[in-house]
Design a protein around this ligand. Sequence first.
Ligand SMILES: [Zn+2]
Length: 519
Amino acid sequence: MKGAELVDTLDARLEPLEIAANRAWWNANIDASEATQAARAAADLAVSDVLADSEAFAEVRGATASPDADPTVARALAVLEQAFTPHQIVPDLRRRLIDLEAAIGSRFARHRGTLDGEPADDNAILAVLRHSDDAERRRAAWEASKTIGAEVASDLRELVRLRNEAARELGYRDHFALVLATTDFDEARLFDTLDQVDSITRDPFRAMKSALDARLAERFGVAVTDLRPWHYDDPFFQDPPKDAGVDLDPNLHEADLEALTVRTFDGMGIEVRGVIARSDLTPRERKVQHAFCIDVDRRGDVRVLSNNVPGARWAETMLHEFGHAAYFNGVTRDLPWVLRTMHLCLTEGVAMRCGRLVHDPEWLGRIVGLPAATVDELAPRLHAARRTSLLVFARWVLVMTHFERGLYADPDGAHDSRWWDLVERFQLVRRPDGRSAPDWAAKIHLCVAPVYYHNYLFGELIASQLEEAFGGLVDRGQVGAQLGDRLFAPGAARRWDHLIEHATGEPLSPAVLKRALQP
Ligand SMILES: [Zn+2]
């Protein structure tokens, strides 16, 4: 079959099944029940069955090997090959992987730590770590947050072995190498970027952290050398403690988040009222508690799920999710189905760029309408808080990515101690004395979103590069059209790294992080 014909044929098979899977995903998230979960699993399996079709895969490979004159067709074939590859394993192994992943995932959903002899959910544990000044109570909460690790660690190691078995069957070193190769990441370049991020952030992070540690030591009445992981509000220290941030809730507690979102995107020349109308934005029973944006049919049915309550957190979430929505709506509709999407790190970059507006003095002044004196007073602290949060997050991603590469390189290795070696090296957080436990296994991404974390760091780099290339977003009526033409329209028809260079005039470089971190 000719390349173009093959792309059409596979589009016609995948499009209706993926639309059905997207609808099922939406329904399961706005109304969690056994029926909606079962419908979702069935719809996902139908997509996976097409991607496992070995004859179709052979045709894609054959067509990929012959140079095709049309670059869009050639790119569609390359993307199809990447989508089919991970599914080309013996059916028994594919089923064992799906079952084990689902089993570990549901243990995460059901598990509750124990605090004061009572089951405690994540919010209860986080509330102690955010607000308590009692170090022993904080320690108990932190330990409760890690008990899921001990419960799933051996199954997780088994999942890692199975993922490696599948990857080797496909000719890859391990699962880590397979995921990078099928998502347009070159491993050597990725780790070169991580090394540069390490050297750019090392000194400013150390300086920021010693100031933070001095404040925490005073607050808890201990020596700096006695600070341990439970003194930092987040169980993984992936976000800065509240002692290092700015609380914007008093400025946003009366804000109408939908109106603010519409007003913000109107200012960029981007229409989001249609998305608002299709979205589900208020908290409710049986609805998932986080937020996401989904492009259901790649023809304009874009929806956001959120759980808005007044305040800074959900204001940022709304701008973030509607950044995803603007991107989805900006992709050219006449591309093949498989290209009418984009790389995860690009859409995260756009969403993060929009979410950052909440800490932008211009946005707080012009869109929220805070008095000039308030904005002037907040401005330097907002900059410092943004910088701290970038530093903390970058160091955390270094831990995750290095850890995960080592986990797949040797699933039976001494990962309990290796985890703390990396935390001490990159995050400068001391391990608890005498602790021997699989604390790494408490991080849900290792199970449900393997080899994914670097996308968040690249998202931050891309957000900073967009900020430099396109300037401010507040009431810049042309910026929506500029982003649309240069970044959104091509969808996945270009590789993400080529597209960011095309859109901003420069290849993505960690140097942008150095500039973003200027005090
Ligand atoms: Zn996002």
